[in-house]
Design a protein around this ligand. Structure first.
Ligand SMILES: [Zn+2]
Length: 287
């Protein structure tokens, strides 16, 4: 049996897994995400605790070059031009595969989750921000410099809300989990959804507005690249039973020439918080 290890470097925690040939998680290790100067040490410790493995992959948020250099990362402001792949490989004495965390999540959902069987797929994660990754023509896409799929910073409102990235009106200001909370005047997304479930009219209005923002971005993505499937994940999609039909309803009217085309299927992600780590473990098969 081939055991593959993968680590997802998240905003607050690093999640490491070892998967078997079927993609099932056989071991798991979690540690708090350290500052950039402690990153390699922490990752090496996780690999040590994960134990036996044939390959090791790493998913990192932000702009990661194809060579595994962190150009800039939202959660580690001091990680600029940081060659994490090379440093970890040196520390471990074995090769390391490395990619953007959302690209890893897309790979996992495509190979082992909601996107199995798709040839042209997007995975969009609605979390604190919005991550994106894509498969085109049956192959995972990286872009010329490793930065494909940064849909969270697609501008949907010129002169809109300030985004930490320095631009204004980015899609993630409105359609992320944090965007839902902001639309609701500061209460948590979970609270809005719970109020909407109990029939609160104001909460339902907020949810309708939120789903319209989500659908707007998904329609832009679909118009641009014509996928057969869009997998939607992230914390808010734990309420996919309520949100996905609302999103789908709007998405179907926002597509270009909606009555003359096959619509991409919107699916709820299946792998949850482990998607990034599982995808990192699969990177060695899709470099
Ligand atoms: Zn932005």
């Amino acid at each position: 049996m081939n055991l593959a290890a993968g680590i997802d470097v998240g905003g607050t925690k690093c999640l490491g897994v070892v998967i078997d040939d079927q993609g099932l998680v056989v071991r798991e290790v979690r540690k708090p995400t350290p500052t950039a100067d402690q990153l390699v040490e922490t990752l090496a410790a996780i690999v040590g605790e994960l134990g036996e493995h044939a390959t090791i992959g790493l998913g990192v948020p932000g702009l990661i070059s194809r060579e595994g250099v962190i150009r800039s990362s939202p959660n580690m402001s001091t990680a600029i031009e940081f060659p994490v792949r090379e440093k970890l490989a040196q520390a471990l004495g074995e090769p390391v595969w490395c990619d953007n965390d959302a690209t890893c999540a897309a790979l996992a959902e495509w190979q082992r989750g909601a996107g199995v069987g798709s040839r042209d797929m997007w995975m969009v994660t609605l979390g604190t921000g919005i991550g994106g990754g894509l498969v085109s023509g049956g192959a995972l896409q990286h872009g010329a410099h490793g930065h494909a799929g940064e849909v969270g910073h697609m501008v949907v409102q010129a002169d809109g809300d300030d985004c930490p990235c320095g631009q204004r009106g980015c899609w993630e200001r409105y359609a992320s989990g944090a965007g839902l909370s902001q639309l609701a005047g500061g209460i948590t997304g979970e609270e809005v959804i719970s109020r909407a479930r109990s029939g609160d009219v104001a909460a339902l209005e907020v949810l309708n507005e939120y789903c319209t923002w989500v659908a707007l971005g998904l329609a832009n993505i679909a118009n641009m690249s014509d996928p057969d499937t869009i997998v939607v994940g992230g914390g808010v999609m734990e309420n996919a039973d309520m949100l996905l039909p609302l999103i789908d309803q709007r998405f179907a009217t926002m597509l270009y020439a909606p009555s003359h085309r096959v619509h991409p299927v919107l699916k709820s992600a299946q792998l949850g918080e482990r998607a990034g780590a599982i995808g990192a473990a699969l990177l060695h098969l899709h470099d």
